[in-house]
Design a protein around this ligand. Structure first.
Ligand code: AR6
Length: 178
């Protein structure tokens, strides 16, 4: 399964590079200092160009579970939403709430800037070590719930690896049967 409908919003799943997605808002899995790094953050800054980092320096930082907005530089999007997911440390340090908050705040901020289409990477599941299956379930659950509060046409989950694709497919199937 690669598509779900929630009210007026399509939840879609694609495998690939988030930096080439033509959407209104791309979400970045950033760190609290907004100082760039590896993974999807590194790819976004490389593809988007230096103006994004200049804006990040002006903003100064973003607490875990929150989101901030910059322009998207050379990326094929209007907005870049930087959110900070939790570092996984076993699951009893508030990680699920913080991950849900990262997705929710990103959607709210994108919608507040007029975005109709938003693309997410799988936040926290790389360097930050969040278990991929738990993160996929949380992403789908949070986005599904948020769709009744924000008016969007499409939320696109952009996964990188084959394992991520299989995990998201399974999570979408499970959600469709609820
Ligand atoms: N497009 C889509 N997904 C990608 C791409 C890409 N181009 N590149 C990697 N991924 P991570 P985190 C996937 O580590 O765990 C950075 O250093 C990747 O396979 O990028 O939230 C930041 O500065 C994984 O599934 O983010 C922070 O310090 C997912 O994106 C820290 O890493 C997230 O992996 C954030 O860690």
């Amino acid at each position: 399964m690669t598509e779900l409908r929630v009210g007026n919003t399509r939840l879609t799943l694609v495998q690939g590079d988030i930096t080439v997605q033509h959407v209104d808002a791309i979400v970045n899995a950033a760190n609290a200092a907004l100082q760039g790094g590896g993974g999807v953050d590194g790819a976004i800054h490389r593809a988007g160009g230096p103006d994004i980092m200049a804006e990040c320096r002006q903003i100064g930082g973003c607490p875990t579970g929150q989101a901030v907005r910059t322009t998207a530089g050379r990326l094929p999007a209007h907005h870049l939403i930087h959110t900070v997911g939790p570092v996984w440390s076993g699951g009893s340090a508030g990680e699920p709430d913080l991950l849900a908050s990262a997705y929710r705040r990103s959607l709210q901020l994108a919608a507040a800037h007029g975005a109709r289409t938003v693309a997410f990477p799988s936040i926290s599941t790389g360097v930050y070590g969040y278990p991929k299956d738990l993160a996929a379930d949380a992403a789908l659950e949070t986005v599904t719930a948020a769709c009744s509060q924000v008016d969007l046409d499409e939320v696109r989950f952009v996964v990188f690896g084959d394992d991520d694709l299989a995990i998201y497919r399974q999570a979408m199937r499970a959600r469709a049967s609820k």
